[in-house]
Design a binder for this molecule. Structure first.
Ligand SMILES: [Zn+2]
Length: 396
């Protein structure tokens, strides 16, 4: 099942939404105004807008918490009994209810040791996960466009353990059969191991009514790499040209989370995270869409398992449950179970003018924070810069 807290929030928010019009973004705080709940103190770091963790804490009614068990250097945890957010140890890692998200921008630490989270990641990851009823373009799901990647002369990754095009086609057909049983319309981009261009796949998705797009792949990498990852379109950054897919940025991450949660819980994949990228079919979609990397064809154990019918059936069942979970949250008519949930009093942050970083907190916090920061840096894997990343994404 998807995040119980998300359902709970959705129920409470849905009840509120029924009473009042959709929330308007808050006005920019008056100069010199005392910080209050829902006031966002935006700071710019390297041209990126950031929000202090303290603002998130007060907006989502979260408290600083200690992770259970051994303390991991560089991790910072917030929670409230219903939901937990763990930032770190790598600067782009965030876990919400233990599910991993790779953020668009690394979290930063200011001079006083406070953590800063990019406004983009607050709006495009944290907000749609914690408050799915406010997802932009939220609407019922009727059609699932299933895209078995590759096909024909394009075999995808081929290893002694698994052939990508063959495995994803079998999983796709099993998923489609299951979804039809559950009452969904199913459209395959291809179902006979034929080659289809990326644009042809997008055209099929864009012609389907009330659709979501689920593209299935196998990953490749070092032989010890394993686990599932789900990609959705990278959100629109300042100065970039908007793409059709950007209208579904929030629903895309919600779909990624629903599928990834189900894969981890039901097919017992290792959680490789919900991620964002500019993969070609995602750019032009006019519906929520994801690329699911079901596992690594290059890992002897995982690749062998991916080639068994038993596991393919398990993956298809997990994906179908994930689609169901997403559809329930996206359907405005869904009668969600009401539970105690964090109550929020103000809508998500709106673009606000940059404020000078307030100098606060005494030295001890700074002294404590520094070793953590160094540890986080040590643990962070080497990353490509964004241009290299985009170039390599385009090659896929
Ligand atoms: Zn592939």
């Amino acid at each position: 099942m998807w995040l119980p807290c998300a359902y709970a929030n959705a129920a409470e928010d849905a009840a509120k939404a029924a009473e009042s019009a959709p929330p308007e973004p808050p006005a920019a705080p008056a100069p010199q105004a005392a910080p209050a709940v829902g006031t966002w103190h935006i700071r710019e770091v390297d041209g990126v807008e950031y929000l202090p963790l303290e603002d998130l804490r007060s907006f989502y009614k979260l408290m600083p918490m200690q992770p259970k068990g051994r303390k991991v250097a560089g991790q910072r945890m917030l929670g409230n009994g219903e939901v937990t957010l763990v930032f770190g140890p790598a600067p782009r890692e965030l876990r919400i209810q233990e599910r991993l998200f790779i953020l668009s921008h690394p979290v930063q630490e200011d001079a006083s040791g406070d953590l800063l989270v990019s406004k983009m990641d607050v709006l495009q990851v944290i907000e749609p996960v914690l408050r799915p009823t406010y997802i932009a373009n939220r609407s019922a799901v009727r059609t699932v466009v299933i895209d078995p990647a590759h096909g024909g002369h394009d075999t995808g990754t081929v290893t002694p353990y698994a052939r990508e095009a063959d495995v994803v086609l079998v999983v796709a057909l099993k998923l489609g059969a299951e979804l039809k049983k559950r009452g969904y319309e199913v459209v395959y981009t291809q179902e006979h191991n034929q080659y289809m261009s990326p644009q042809g796949r997008v055209d099929k998705a864009n012609a389907a009514p009330a659709a979501i797009f689920v593209s299935l792949h196998l990953n490749s990498g070092r032989s010890d790499m394993k686990g599932s990852q789900v990609y959705t379109l990278a959100p629109l950054e300042k100065g970039e040209k908007p793409l059709p897919g950007h209208d579904f940025s929030q629903s895309g991450i919600a779909l990624a989370l629903a599928l990834q949660s189900s894969l981890v819980e039901k097919a017992e994949t290792e959680d490789g995270g919900c991620r964002r990228a500019h993969y070609s079919p995602l750019n032009s979609l006019r519906c929520p869409g994801v690329i699911v990397e079901l596992g690594y064809a290059t890992n002897p154990e995982e690749g062998t398992r991916l080639s068994t019918e038993e596991y393919q059936l398990k993956l298809a069942g997990a994906l179908a449950d994930g689609v169901d979970a997403f559809a329930r949250v996206m359907n405005p008519a869904t009668n969600l179970q009401v539970q105690k949930a964090p109550v929020v009093e103000t809508p998500p942050p709106a673009p606000v003018k940059v404020e000078p970083a307030p100098a606060k907190k005494a030295q001890p916090a700074r002294q404590k924070a520094q070793p953590r920061k160094r540890a986080a840096r040590r643990r962070a894997p080497a990353r490509k810069n964004s241009r290299q990343q985009r170039r390599s994404n385009r090659r896929r």
